[in-house]
Design a binder for this molecule. Structure first.
Ligand SMILES: [Zn+2]
Length: 82
């Protein structure tokens, strides 16, 4: 019986905070996606994070949502969110 209780307590302490954290993370990453800013260049067909070496002086800030809507794909070098 004691062992059962211990196992139960272990489950609670391991699973519950983890599950809550995952849920919170999902919610916040979804919110971030709405307002995430990425950068495109005039000639490229990829969107980038600020500071990517493929960004040129004429980079344009755009929201991630709009970049995807306009057919831009994530850069393979700076790995912006998809
Ligand atoms: Zn890039």
């Amino acid at each position: 019986m004691r062992r059962l209780l211990a196992a139960f307590a272990l489950c609670i302490s391991l699973l519950c905070p983890g599950a809550l954290a995952v849920r919170a993370q999902q919610a916040s990453s979804q919110r971030d996606k709405q307002s995430q800013t990425v950068y495109i260049t005039r000639s490229g067909k990829k969107y980038h994070l600020d500071g990517c070496r493929y960004l040129t002086a004429n980079k344009t800030a755009i929201s991630l949502k709009d970049a995807q809507k306009q057919g831009y794909t994530p850069c393979k070098v700076c790995h912006p969110p998809e």
